[in-house]
Design a binder for this molecule. Structure first.
Ligand code: ADP
Length: 496
């Protein structure tokens, strides 16, 4: 067993933070590289942890394999569902603590973590608890003499590599469907935000999961993540993170032709037509890029506004940004809308994009610098009159930075919206029903929001076109992503 570390959270909660690796239902020491978790609000160290070495990854995978070959596969689907329900209830019981932990090491506002991430996580576990015993195959009659039935079987050991922007929620999106389908798991949280995932091990034990079903191995991406993605005894790798890392995970996963699901980056457009409800469009365009400090893969970071309403939109959008900028600060303060960026590295990266935008001649309507002297806070930054060749229009920034430009025709804006290697999401603002649906069809993206932004729901597929990823999470689609089909051919006749 490893020693727990006492953490006092800024809102007065105290708890024992488990350390090490969670393997076979126990916290055991790690043998890999050390890494430090920071509080992004203050730039102070929270804890230094030891990450998983390649040998540690082997141990975790072996535990997951033993569980898959043993007790876990013996359980009836309804029993798997019952365990998931139990887990959901424990998440609900510890909701405040889990939300506080995510707010502490990520910097997101506690109210978002509590009312958004943790509520969603609870619902995701309940959704897949209910789905566990409803995974069915098909029977297909191929002729009068033959039929085939198709079994939906689990894949086996699933490696899951998650990012830091929604630490616990990303865990929920991946762990719940994989378990519902009867797989076992080795989960690697992001090195910036491993605390709630490590704590989750305690809930796995308390819920009564057999040892080895869920294993949690914090560690560095290029060591533990890479070893997991390339491991010859891992059957699937599911990843959320940047497109660059997704590409390298896909290469590692080629070792044994793993099943993969990749949910990667985006440079999603918002299109505002002149017939839109302008106040609504401003509101959703603003939250579409500024929520979660712009650290959302579906952030609508490019806004195209029809030329006839461009100036009015810019004035209202700037006003809205100014108002929201009064709520930058301590994530635990109940009025806070915007906390710090997650890390010094992200903070520096976003600021360098802001510099780049200024150099390229985009007009700054708001922000354009860091906020305050402590922590990784950045002023929400609004660029106008941007052009398609600018880096801030082409590349994912993953911060509170938006590029706004104008268009005149529908065909022009569709071409601009699709002129990207990404294809995760898009938003369309118009009051004309036919136009909304026509444009939605022409957009090359996995998700389109009509008169809205940032929507996701645990019943609806989530994922991208083009370099934004492969496969879909959530809903029925995740059950497909965590199972494989076996066709059993039955001969009812006697002739060849
Ligand atoms: P960021 O660059 O913002 O930290 P990443 O996409 O690199 O985002 O990280 C998302 C997750 O992928 C994290 O858990 C990280 O540790 C992991 N990761 C990073 N590099 C690799 C890699 N080469 N192989 C496997 N996992 C990786």
């Amino acid at each position: 067993m490893t020693a727990a570390f006492k953490i006092s959270l800024p809102n007065g909660l105290n708890y024992d933070q488990p350390t090490g690796l969670f393997i076979d239902n126990e916290y055991v020491p790690a043998n890999g590289e050390k890494f430090t978790v920071y509080n992004p609000t203050t730039d102070e160290e929270i804890i230094t942890l030891q990450g998983a070495s390649e040998e540690d990854v082997d141990k975790a995978v072996a535990a997951a394999r033993r569980a898959f070959d043993g007790e876990w596969s013996e359980l009836e689907a309804v029993e798997r569902g019952a365990l998931l329900y139990k887990l959901a209830e424990l998440i609900d019981r510890d909701r405040k603590l889990l939300a506080s932990i995510d707010s502490f090491d990520n910097g997101k506002s506690f109210s978002d973590a509590y009312g958004g991430d943790l509520l969603e996580s609870y619902n995701v576990f309940r959704y897949y608890a209910g789905a566990a015993d409803k995974i069915t195959g098909k029977t297909i009659e191929t002729s009068h003499k033959k039929l085939a039935y198709v079994l939906q079987e689990p894949l086996g050991v699933c490696g899951q590599i998650i990012p830091w922007n929604y630490p616990f929620m990303m865990l929920a999106w991946k762990v719940a469907p994989a378990l519902a389908c009867g797989n076992t798991i080795v989960l690697k949280p992001a090195e910036q935000t491993p605390l709630s995932a490590l704590y989750f091990g305690k809930l796995i034990v308390e819920a009564g999961f057999p040892p080895g079903v869920v294993n949690i191995i914090p560690g560095l991406g290029y060591i533990s993540g890479k070893a997991l993605a390339g491991h010859m005894d891992v059957d699937k790798i599911a990843f959320t993170g940047s497109t660059a890392t997704g590409r390298s995970i896909m290469k590692s996963a080629a070792s044994n032709l793993k099943n993969i699901t990749l949910e990667c980056g985006g440079k999603s457009p918002s299109i505002v037509f002149e017939d839109a409800d302008l106040d609504q469009a401003v509101k959703w365009c603003h939250s579409g890029i500024m929520d979660n400090m712009g650290q959302v893969c579906t952030s609508t970071s490019r806004i195209y506004v029809q030329d006839t309403i461009y100036d009015e939109f810019l004035a209202k959008f700037t006003e809205k940004t100014k108002e929201a900028a009064t709520k930058i600060g301590d994530p635990f303060h109940e009025d806070t809308y915007q906390g710090p960026q997650v890390s010094k590295a992200q903070f520096d990266k976003v600021l360098s994009y802001i510099d780049e935008g200024k150099k390229s001649g985009a007009r700054v309507l708001h922000g354009g610098a860091k906020h305050g002297d402590k922590g990784y806070f950045i002023q929400p930054t609004v660029f106008a009159d941007t052009t398609e060749d600018m880096k801030i229009v082409k590349e994912e920034i993953f911060g509170p930075v938006v590029a706004i430009s104008k268009f005149s025709t529908e065909a022009e804006v569709i071409a601009k919206a699709n002129d990207t290697s990404y294809g995760l999401a898009a938003a369309v603002f118009t009051q004309k029903v036919t136009k909304a649906h026509k444009v939605a069809r022409k957009i090359q993206a996995g998700m389109v929001f009509i008169n809205s932004s940032g929507d996701s729901h645990f019943g609806i597929p989530f994922g991208g076109y083009k370099s934004s990823g492969i496969g879909r999470e959530l809903g029925q689609y995740a059950l497909d992503a965590y199972t494989q089909s076996k066709a059993v051919h039955v001969n009812l006749g006697t002739e060849l």
